[in-house]
Design a protein around this ligand. Structure first.
Ligand code: 4AD
Ligand code: MG
Length: 467
């Protein structure tokens, strides 16, 4: 009789001793002696392995020599209470089928701990390690938490385009999309490339943000969120930047900056709590192996109230710290864009909890942010987190047609790209707000991993697009 496969996550919880079950997975380790082998099998459904006990009398040496780290097996056997420490049950194998061998002389993931740098070079295999298994299960869970949060609040998941002809952040960091023959580009008399015959008939790029189209959704459906990949050709080789990252961008009609901060704080706490409630085994592993204060830090973030502070006050605190002898790498002055060392100082040393910094100078923020009466600052909000720095960037949006148009002109943003966006302010304009959460920055925080390249399966960064 064919026995249906049991996932290891379920098998290790069974108490139906003596039942014959089937498990399938990859060998993590094999140890033992000439009479018996103990095989730790993992199928990715959980961080935990199930122990397979293989009696030498039942299996040929020929078969057992191919049961090596990395090999894929199907095992049928009897579930029994384990005598050994570390597991409640184990399987006494009756039959072992080898689906795929893994030559010990070639398989790169042997038992010893590898550096994360090395594992990035074998990113096609690293999901099979404990750490990356844990990280990617948590990544899935965070995606579910995000959809659950917004769905439960009546937000609609709105799909914004990945290919676009407008630059949302206006920072000129876009990857161009073209089908043109790059060896034979048609140019006009000024030397500019002619795009008439390109696929879209104009210059097109990968989006840096779905926000502008998200605003079209919000000014029709009320509350929407996007959740998709975004692309930035910024040459930042840091542990917090990717060229391809995922962003969640809620946009809400009739929300002002205060409502925006409230929901951002509630949202991020919901995600962190979801991880604590649903990813206990993986978090415990990461807490033990990667960052001993991880779980404590996650709990403290859900329990505390985030600080809300205008940028100008933040600058004063930083200047005070410098006056008292604190050294920063980058200068601090009113008007400067904060570096992550400044953000982390405010969060980790000064306030010791997350900070929402508001009312930034308009020069360092995007054109669409609502201008304050002072003529100098905008209703921006950045959520700053321990170990990360900026995790969320958002604002109330400028809903006044004339003010928005003036800002677009001041910044020389080409009008022909923006007519449809301006239409939202021309027809039934409304106060509205939104923000963007960097998905991988959230994952850095929740997993305690140090490098953003290690929380996405296949990282894209300057000079790397392998796998
Ligand atoms: O602050 P940013 O650039 O804001 C926007 O794109 C707005 N359109 C969002 C909005 O209001 N709807 O990016 C938002 C967040 C940052 O706070 C950061 O967490 C993340 O996206 N982020 C990156 N994450 C990884 N790699 C990069 N290169 C990132 N750039 C931004
Ligand atoms: Mg930002």
């Amino acid at each position: 009789m064919e026995i249906r496969r049991t996932k290891i996550v379920d098998a290790i919880k069974l108490t139906t001793y003596d039942e014959t079950i089937n498990v399938k997975g990859w060998v993590r380790t094999k140890r033992g002696n000439k009479n018996v082998s103990f095989i730790a099998l993992n199928d990715g459904s959980t961080i935990n392995n199930i122990q397979i006990v293989a009696d030498a009398s039942k299996f040929s040496d020929d078969l057992m020599k191919d049961v090596t780290t990395g090999a894929c097996l199907s095992v049928v056997g009897k579930l029994v209470k384990s005598m050994g420490a570390g597991q409640a049950v184990e399987i006494q194998a009756d039959s072992i089928e080898i689906y795929g061998k893994a030559d010990p002389n070639e398989y790169p993931l042997q038992k010893k701990g590898h550096s994360f740098e090395y594992l990035r070079e074998i990113a096609h295999l690293r999901p099979r390690t404990n750490t990356f298994g844990a990280v990617f299960r948590i990544r899935h869970n965070m995606a579910m938490a995000i959809h659950s949060f917004f769905h439960q609040k009546g937000f609609f998941y709105f799909h914004t385009p990945i290919i676009t002809a407008s630059d949302c952040e206006g920072a000129g960091q876009m990857f161009q999309v073209t089908t043109k023959n790059l060896y034979d580009l048609k140019k006009d008399e000024n030397g500019s490339i002619i795009y008439d015959d390109d696929f879209f008939g104009k210059m097109a790029s990968l989006t840096v943000s779905g926000q502008l189209e998200g605003e079209l959704g919000a000014t029709a459906l009320g509350n929407i969120y996007t959740f998709g990949p975004t692309f930035r050709a910024e040459n930042s080789n840091t542990p917090r930047h990717l060229a391809e990252f995922w962003m969640i961008e809620p946009e809400m009609a009739f929300y002002d900056i205060k409502d925006n901060m409230d929901i951002a704080e509630e949202f991020i706490k919901y995600c962190v709590k979801w991880a604590l409630d649903n990813c206990a085994d993986d978090l415990k592993f990461l807490n033990d192996m990667i960052d001993k204060s991880l779980i404590e830090r996650l709990k403290s973030v859900i329990e505390c109230e985030f600080v809300r502070l205008p940028y100008t006050e933040g600058i004063k605190i930083l200047e005070d710290a410098i006056a008292k002898g604190h050294k920063f790498e980058f200068p601090v002055f009113w008007g400067c864009d904060l570096a992550s060392e400044h953000e982390r100082f405010l969060v980790e040393q000064h306030f010791k909890r997350p900070v929402i910094l508001t009312d930034y100078p308009k020069e360092i923020k995007a054109f669409y942010m609502k201008q304050n009466e002072d003529g100098k600052t905008v209703r921006a909000m950045d959520v700053l987190f321990p170990t990360i720095g900026e995790i969320i960037g958002g604002s109330e949006r400028e809903e006044n047609y004339d003010k928005l148009l003036k800002r677009i002109q001041e910044l020389n943003i080409p009008m022909k790209d923006m007519w449809w966006y301006l239409d939202t302010r021309k027809f039934g304009s409304c106060p509205h707000s939104g923000f963007g959460l960097g998905f991988e920055r959230l994952l850095l925080f929740v997993t305690g991993m140090q490098n953003i390249r290690d929380v996405i399966p296949f990282p894209r960064t300057p000079k790397t697009a392998e796998f």
